[in-house]
Design a protein around this ligand. Structure first.
Ligand code: NAD
Length: 491
């Protein structure tokens, strides 16, 4: 199979997307000449410089969003009218799906099979919330002691949407869909490594006829992001990223009681019961322990194996992972590409060294990829003889590194899975669905799948413990963008 045509940012992106910010329905010239550098994870070369947002740009974006919320039509449209806008926005996104797919590969080196499978999810999330306009109860009536009361759900106000670099479009639409359906106006801060998806989405908003100020996009680094979350005109912050940044953002928002929701890191466990179908486990786990080089929050980075099946599982797993092609993410035959940036490579290599020092045994990988000297390639790495107190079992590596941990019985597997500050995802494999469900119910994570791994837009996604606060997806994902108001009608 051959590579698809790569990405030429100058030929394929408009001047607006490459050189401006989208504020108040217009493409605005940035306040400063500071730039963000986009670096190819495959060649390590700078592919494009785009403007970096400064507080002055963010200030203009916050003012535009505030004005659109306080005086514009958006919050006052009916949910059905906003839902129709969302569906038009999804349609515009679909028209640009090919470019968005290739942009994703170019910016962060996501392998082509993964981009092919998941780029479309961005439009799916917008459509999902667009359709919810027809079913969600924004208003209910109750009998009260002195007559009747209405309980109405109103938009929370101006929402700052802050997203990381790994799946920038999907994570953004998971926030934008419910925020817009609720009637919020938004300031979007994409990460400095992946600024372009959100700017392309701004082009879609223009084409879909969204009123000015409803969507504002200013890519920036962390400092300007920090400025954004402190603004009194921002009513709500919705953040996806690292637990460390999430704790800081929560504390800043707590100080002024701004609404905040957080989607953070994970250290998910895949539990194989002694009666599990090994091939079924492999089909899921070989792909999803290390999807996108493990740079996905729900990566199953701890594999929990019953002692009596240890050798069989480890052999099958290392054979499956070892047989995967590591290389150029543009090739259809590549399963695992590079990690996305130099600091990711250094971070992951640091954890691999820590694992070796702690006494875990490398059974696959354990360093760079022979023959791939250019690009941020890290060999898929499997550690055996890991104990759950080791750093590699406790901390989120966000790289292609899996720890295999042995257990004696179901009780011990549950204890190990729950022995984590994180609580995002997990899987349980057993030929007895009741047993698997009993285990799943005792795992303290926001999501868990049995005999596979699923994430569906109609169900809430999010974390227990330090994996986050609040949920995205499903009707539950709309609630963080709504305030409740009770109106007591005349007695
Ligand atoms: P990060 O926390 O460094 O940055 C995420 C985003 O937040 C970026 O846009 C960054 O510029 C911005 N940011 C950082 N500090 C900020 C501050 N003080 N104020 C405002 N904005 C700030 O995370 P990252 O390295 O880009 O992403 C990887 C992390 O994201 C991993 O921990 C991963 O698990 C997590 N993640 C979680 C989910 C989920 O749904 N739970 C999904 C994807 C990624």
């Amino acid at each position: 199979m051959s590579a698809i045509s790569r990405f030429d940012p100058v030929a394929e992106l408009s001047d607006n997307v490459r050189t401006k910010f989208y504020i108040g329905g217009q493409w605005r010239t940035p306040a400063s000449r500071e730039t963000l550098e986009l670096v190819s994870p495959v060649t390590e070369e700078i592919t494009l410089r785009v403007p970096a947002g400064m507080p002055a740009d963010m200030d203009a974006a916050v003012k535009a969003a505030r004005q659109a919320f306080d005086r514009g039509e958006w919050p006052r449209l009916s949910p059905q009218q906003r839902g129709a806008c969302l569906e038009r926005l999804a349609g515009e996104l679909r028209k640009r799906e090919d470019i968005l797919r290739r942009l994703w590969i170019a910016q962060v080196g996501v392998p082509r099979w993964f981009a092919d499978a998941f780029t479309g999810l961005g439009a799916v999330y917008l459509d999902y919330y667009g359709a919810m306009a027809n079913t969600y109860e924004f208003e209910t009536e109750r009998k009260v002691a002195m007559g009747r009361a209405k309980v109405v759900k109103e938009p929370v106000g101006v929402a700052a949407l802050i997203v990381p670099w790994n799946t920038p479009l999907i994570l953004l639409t998971q926030k934008l869909g419910p925020a817009l359906l609720a009637g919020c106006t938004t300031v979007i801060k994409p990460s400095p490594e992946t600024p372009l998806d959100a700017l392309l989405l701004a082009e879609c908003a223009d084409a879909a006829g969204l009123p000015p100020g409803v969507i504002n996009v200013v890519p920036s680094g962390r400092e300007t992001g920090d400025w954004l979350i402190r603004q009194p005109a921002v009513d709500k912050v919705s953040f996806t990223g690292s637990t460390a940044a999430g704790k800081h953002i929560a504390s800043v928002c707590a100080d002024r009681l701004a609404r905040v929701s957080l989607e953070l890191g994970g250290k998910s466990a895949s539990i194989i019961c002694d009666d599990a179908d090994l091939q079924q486990w492999l089909n899921t786990t070989a792909a999803f322990t290390m999807p996108f080089s493990g740079q996905i929050c729900f990566s199953q980075s701890r594999v929990l194996v019953p002692k009596k099946r240890h050798d069989e599982v480890l052999d099958a797993f290392t054979t499956a992972i070892g047989g995967m092609t590591v290389g150029d993410p543009w090739q259809q035959t590549t399963h695992i590409g590079p990690v996305s940036m130099a600091r990711q490579r250094d971070r992951v290599m640091g954890y691999i060294e820590a694992g070796k020092k702690e006494g875990a045994r490398v059974v696959l990988g354990g360093g760079g990829v022979p023959g791939l000297d250019r690009g941020y390639f890290v060999a898929p790495t499997v550690f055996d003889r890991v104990t759950n107190d080791m750093k590699i079992a406790q901390e989120e590596i966000f790289g292609p590194v899996v720890s295999v941990i042995s257990y004696e019985n179901d009780e011990e597997a549950i204890r190990i899975a729950n022995d984590s500050v994180y609580g995002l995802s997990g899987t349980v494999f057993s030929s007895d669905p009741d047993r698997a469900e009993r285990i799943a119910r005792r795992i303290r994570t926001g999501n868990i799948s049995i005999n596979g791994l699923q994430i569906d837009p109609c169900c809430p996604f999010g974390g227990y413990k330090q994996s986050g606060m609040g949920r995205e997806g499903g009707p539950e994902g709309l609630q963080p963008y709504l305030e409740l108001k009770t109106i007591y009608l005349p007695a």
